[in-house]
Design a protein around this ligand. Sequence first.
Ligand SMILES: COc1nc(N)nc2c1ncn2[C@H]1C[C@H](O)[C@@H](COP(=O)(O)OP(=O)(O)OP(=O)(O)O)O1
Length: 166
Amino acid sequence: MLLKKVYTLVFISKDQQILLGLKKRGFGVNKWNGFGGKLEPNETIVEAASRELKEECCIRVKTTDLKNIGHLEFTFEGDKTMMEVRVFGSKLFEGIPRETEEMLPKWFPCNNIPFDDMWPDDRIWFPYMLKGQLFYGRFHYKDLDTILNYHIEELKSMEEFYNRNL
Ligand SMILES: COc1nc(N)nc2c1ncn2[C@H]1C[C@H](O)[C@@H](COP(=O)(O)OP(=O)(O)OP(=O)(O)O)O1
């Protein structure tokens, strides 16, 4: 029986560029990623997504402007926890990205994503996100660098996916 922990992951984009942050501490340190984290008590998923974005790079986005674009699940060999990551995207935001204690933000052209310095799973599902396709991905890691097996699929609708699975 797996213990599920829910996380958010937000990607802001503009003019064929995507905002990534270099994680400065904790899980995923020294990797480029979107912005996100765990839910706080009594917080909805979109509230958590918007809060984490602001805390990690000072960008503000309305919860109603966050579009759920994907769903990821991560498990690690020998660990009974499943990380469930709700992925959001938005082109509507306010503010200029600023470095915080947790993240160093930087805009990357969509055709020059720094996959060598990212989680290995990103190479597999980013192409769906960059093409504007909804996706579901499930990844089982042997260790932090090695994927043992995975499943990825394009989704027609996130609502249909959640009705089917949750
Ligand atoms: C394992 O593969 C992963 N790939 C990708 N692309 N993203 C991942 C992976 N595992 C976790 N993530 C994402 C999910 C979250 O957005 C962050 C991790 O969140 P964090 O542990 O930093 O959560 P916080 O609540 O901010 O943590 P603290 O406040 O306790 O530091 O990475």
